[in-house]
Design a protein around this ligand. Structure first.
Ligand SMILES: [Zn+2]
Ligand SMILES: [Zn+2]
Length: 72
């Protein structure tokens, strides 16, 4: 796999979109691994330094897809 930005050999892939990233272009962003609700408040399990390519734009909030619910 090659880097999305410079075509060098990638050291990892973006956690959000899967693009390859080399050591020069790797960035990190917090990534929500899981959501759970042990009590009254929903809590998120977060990886603080998940690999990020710098090219994609992860949304801070989940997107609602009411169209999918209507078909079910
Ligand atoms: Zn690169
Ligand atoms: Zn990405």
């Amino acid at each position: 796999m090659d880097c999305w930005h410079c075509r060098k050999t990638a050291v990892g892939s973006c956690r959000f979109c899967g693009r390859g990233i080399c050591a020069d272009h790797v960035e990190t962003l917090p990534y929500v691994v899981d959501l759970f609700k042990p009590g009254d408040v929903t809590q998120a399990l977060i990886v603080e330094d998940a690999l990020y390519c710098g090219a994609c734009t992860p949304r801070p909030d989940p997107l609602s897809l009411p169209e999918l619910d209507e078909k079910m």
